[in-house]
Design a binder for this molecule. Sequence first.
Ligand code: GAR
Length: 192
Amino acid sequence: MVVKNIAVLFSGSGSNLQAILEKIHNKIFNGVKIKVALLICNNPNAKGIKRAKKFGLETIVINHRDYDSREEFDQALVDEIKKHDIDLSVLAGFMRILTPVFTDNIKAINLHPSILPLFKGANAINESYNSDMKIGGVSVHWVSSQLDSGEIIAQKSFARKHKSLKEWEEKIHKIEHKLLPKTIIEILAKGK
Ligand code: GAR
């Protein structure tokens, strides 16, 4: 049996981490078993840490506040990931800007709550909602040295209709919880 190990990096609620744990962790796709082998969080108070515990998984906290520079923080992330036999790192709500120390050394994908290249950055949900776009959406892309700019792997859009901000946000999360696990499967088990 081929086993592919993923690392999941997150910063907050961890609902996407939970979707990964429920939908793909220790499951077999196309003869490939996908395993969440490493969890890293930069925020010691993140709700995601508790979610992971419910699945019997411990999270390694690497707090960015303990480092003097982005590069030193990124080196700590790289060192931890390299200690494990990781095939793919997944940024699932990991709210740190990464330097080439990370991006040149780690094969990673990122989840973003807009139709990239529109609404890059940390406020994509509000900015896309407050725009005059008739659609919103979600993207998964390869991580590159430029913020939210690597090659797009998967996208899904939805119609604005008359959604409130809360409904807009809920729709984004509902799509994310399907699109991110599906994309991981496609990369690791279907060679996309
Ligand atoms: C998700 O909506 C994700 O797309 C977003 O953070 C949220 C994390 O939710 N990421 C970004 O905005 C990255 N720029 P979660 O902690 O419940 O998975």
